[in-house]
Design a protein around this ligand. Structure first.
Ligand code: SF4
Length: 353
């Protein structure tokens, strides 16, 4: 192991020295952000290599307007809100789900638990808070298909599911063209397939290297990226070859595309990105909470002073936010990046000192 670490470190240092200018690599995923801190990866890197946290924490990129819709639905007497635990403390305009102190807000561990709640409470409509990337979308798709086939009519989802690659393109195209390369998430890439990054490589000429979440995988991923930059190449590569194939998991994709279709949707910090949010197809419209409750638009509003949007675009580091560590801490989060354990602000607060 030590030999692999030394070799990767040597490659990173010699490549960065050869390039001779500042290099910025974005880790797309929040799990990478946390792992980079926990393994002390930054302490192994040369001064001219900076790592940026990207828009890969599902809670963090969920638009403020979506949170406000969840809150409105939670205030009704005819609903039960089924949500994963990390969404419960994200502040909306009028507080968080946790601060509502309502019995109809239930933390669940799976979409199956949400469906079970609907069967148990036929007099209420269960709204499943469906956020996440390609890794969690198949579970939402299965729950909707099961609800349809079993006739569970009081179940629906509020889809905030997102697609990673269009966000990377939007980021480079309109928000931050100073990103030199991407360290791509292992788990999402298992579903997506490494070929999915072709538009980023071909259109924007940025290396995309898939890595798992162990320290050595991250370091070796960075080494491959730096070697490409030094050689003037931009290619897809992977250090997670055992799990990631070029074409991805076709079964999971079929489940997703049978149920969902891409639409234009708002991302925190990135605004509306064409084709980067997933909505239910027309045949499953009755399971779409927006349709069920006649909600026409999801308005957008950021908490005052919060810089999550800038941070998610790699334009600033969390300590540069005026609220970081003072008004905004994990106990008193102002924005989602401090709530989620995968959020950049939370990671910097916990490990950055
Ligand atoms: S420190 Fe808090 S307020 Fe500042 S960007 Fe992060 S989450 Fe938002």
């Amino acid at each position: 192991m030590l030999e692999r670490i030394e070799q990767a470190k040597k490659t990173v240092h010699s490549a960065c020295e050869k390039v001779g200018r500042p290099i910025q690599i974005m880790e797309v995923c929040g799990t990478h952000t946390v792992s980079i801190f926990r393994h002390g990866i930054r302490t192994l890197l040369p001064d001219n290599l900076k790592l940026l946290s990207g828009p890969g924490c599902p809670v963090c990129v969920t638009d403020q307007g979506y949170i406000d819709v969840v809150m409105d639905l939670a205030r009704r007497d005819d609903t039960i809100i089924a949500t994963y635990g990390d969404m419960i403390r994200v502040p909306g305009k009028g507080g968080s789900l946790e601060s509502l102190h309502r019995d109809n807000v239930k933390v669940v561990l799976s979409t199956d638990d949400g469906l079970a709640l609907a069967k148990k409470h036929p007099d209420k409509t269960v709204v499943f808070v469906a956020v996440g990337f390609e890794t969690t979308t198949p579970a939402s798709a299965v729950a909707v298909a099961d609800a349809a086939s079993e006739g569970v009519e009081n179940f629906c989802i509020l889809s905030g599911h997102k697609l990673v690659v269009p966000a990377m393109q939007a980021l480079l195209g309109s928000k931050n063209d100073k990103i030199d390369a991407f360290l791509c998430p292992g788990h999402v890439s298992v579903i997506l397939g490494s070929d999915a990054y072709k538009p980023v490589v071909e259109e924007f000429k940025r290396p995309c290297v898939v890595a798992g979440f162990e320290g050595i995988q991250i370091l070796e991923g960075l080494a491959k990226i730096c070697a490409q930059i030094a050689a003037g190449r931009a290619e897809i590569d992977s250090v997670y070859g055992a799990a990631v194939t070029p074409e991805g998991n076709k079964v999971a994709w079929k489940i997703i595309t049978d149920t969902f279709e891409p639409c234009n949707g708002a991302w925190r910090g990135l605004g509306v990105i064409p084709g980067a949010t997933m909505r239910l197809k027309d045949k499953y419209k009755q399971f779409d909470a927006l349709h069920r409750f006649g909600i026409k638009e999801v308005p957008t509003e950021e908490p005052a002073g919060c810089q999550c949007g800038q941070i998610l675009c790699g334009l600033m580091d969390p300590p540069q936010c005026g609220l970081f560590g003072e008004k905004c801490t994990p106990d008193t989060p102002v924005g989602p990046c401090m709530v989620s354990t995968e959020g950049a602000c939370s990671a910097w607060y916990k490990y950055g000192k």
